[in-house]
Design a protein around this ligand. Structure first.
Ligand code: GLN
Length: 447
């Protein structure tokens, strides 16, 4: 049924980079047999899932939507891919993204732009736009994305689905192609909060191949699906409702706050005073880490290699010049600059210090509050091409999502109505480290 739906709509939406139909149908047969034999199956058995194309899949192309990896077939599976496979889900295909997850619209994909299923002239958000669009369009029931500065939550908001970034370290990053290693985190997209909790049950937990993965017991997140917020204290950070937030988005979030109050929650204004430094801090740290992580693409070991090079150094240069797109090059240059000797103290080190202040802001608020509420994205889905010539405008899309990555805390985006053009609006809840259950609870009660 899912492939029929894909047949129907994929030419318009273009969520997928690669479809893995043969493997999927084989797996479906296997699950059928398990059922017929009365074997014990997981609650996710047979569920069609989509994987962002920056997570390694053994023998199946993993491009990161970059020409430099156009032909890369990894020899191993990412831990999350392995875990979903063990839960007997069925992988439908690999989804489109902004090249190396750098962007907020999928327009930076080296191959094509995914369309927003609600309005095909608009972007689905990004960088996990393909994964968000696939779930929104019924081309998968659950998908995985990665969130370095908002790349799960922002596209979830723009496509009207649920998207969650767990606490840094709660999901193994082994096999996720690194963008900014201290910020990257894998998480699920789903149609509702129940499916999100189910997916978390299977993807969270220690992975021995990721040294930043936390060895901590994974709770049963479905137990947090409790329709009660009467004990909840919710902080409303005034800095997230200021300039740059669309009036209709603000109204919808304010209405959501009223609804939560009616449900019995206590909602009060709080302050996260260093919020204004989050974007500049992120755009030093993320490119710095990216410039280092992306040094490995040199045409020697795997991926694209320029054909018309004159010697080794020329081969490096031409391979990287021809293989990377503009946004990736911009980040490599920014990052290399910020890390160079003489500038390191002024930029990178300074940014790390500000990062600590941003984290401290959150910790202070979480001493008194269970969760924080805010818009997910300053606007609803924008038109394709509207922001693509103006990187700074594009960077503003992540105003409300980036601070959580800097602090390493979890965040969830859930739908909260539509604007006057019928486009979905997203509501974000943030929680303290490992407070995923509170996020699930408040999101479920609101939904
Ligand atoms: N849009 C942000 C960026 O371009 C965040 C991307 C992400 O979370 N992967 O860096």
């Amino acid at each position: 049924a899912i492939y029929e739906r894909i047949e129907e709509i994929e030419d318009d939406v273009q969520a997928y980079m690669t479809l893995t139909k043969e493997v999927a149908l084989d797996k479906a047969k296997k699950v059928d047999e398990m059922l017929a034999n009365g074997e014990e199956i997981s609650p996710l058995a047979g569920i069609p899932v989509a994987i962002k194309d920056n997570m390694c899949t053994e023998g199946i192309k993993t491009t990161c939507s970059s020409n430099i990896l156009h032909n890369f077939k990894p020899p191993y599976n990412a831990t999350v891919v392995e875990k979903l496979d063990n839960a007997d889900t069925i992988m439908i295909g690999k989804t489109n993204l902004d090249e190396f997850a750098m962007g907020s619209s999928t327009e930076n994909s080296g191959f094509f732009t995914t369309k927003n299923p609600w309005d095909l002239e608009r972007v689905p958000g990004g960088s996990s736009g393909g994964s968000a669009a696939a779930v929104a369009a019924g081309e998968a029931l659950i998908s995985l994305g990665s969130d370095t500065g908002g790349s799960i939550r922002q596209p979830a908001a723009l496509c009207g689905v649920v998207g969650m970034k767990p606490t840094y370290g709660f999901v193994s990053r082994y096999g996720l192609v690194a963008f900014a290693s201290s910020l990257d985190q894998i998480g699920p997209f789903s149609k509702d909060v129940t499916d999100c909790a189910l997916a978390l049950n299977y993807i969270c937990g220690h992975g021995p191949h990721d040294s930043t993965s936390v060895d901590r017991e994974v709770p049963d997140f479905t137990e947090a699906l409790v329709d009660d917020v009467s004990e909840m204290k919710i902080g409303i950070p005034k800095e997230y409702f200021g300039e740059g937030i669309d009036a209709e988005v603000k109204e919808a979030v304010e209405a959501a706050i009223e609804k939560l109050e009616e449900l019995g929650a206590t909602c009060e204004e709080v302050s996260l005073p260093h919020t204004e430094y989050a974007l500049p801090t992120y755009y030093l740290i993320a490119p710095a880490e990216a410039s280092s992580n992306l040094a490995r693409y040199d045409g020697v070991r795997y991926g694209y290699r320029s054909e018309n090079a004159d010697g080794l150094i020329d081969m490096f240069k031409k391979t990287r010049s021809e293989g990377f797109g503009d946004e990736v090059k911009r980040r490599i240059m920014l990052g290399t600059y910020a890390l160079s000797s003489g500038y390191y103290d002024a930029y990178y080190l300074k940014a790390q210090k500000v990062r600590t202040l941003i984290k401290d802001d959150f910790e202070k608020v979480f001493e008194d509050y269970d969760v924080i509420i805010s818009p997910t994205s300053p606007s609803t889905a924008f038109k394709i091409g509207e922001k693509s010539d103006d990187p700074l405008q594009m960077y503003m899309s992540d105003l409300c999502t980036i601070p959580a990555n800097l602090a390493g805390i979890p965040g969830i985006s859930i739908p909260c109505g539509f604007d006057s053009e019928g486009l979905p609006i997203g509501l974000q809840f943030l929680g303290n480290h490992f407070a995923e259950e509170k996020l699930i609870q408040v999101a479920y009660a609101f939904e």
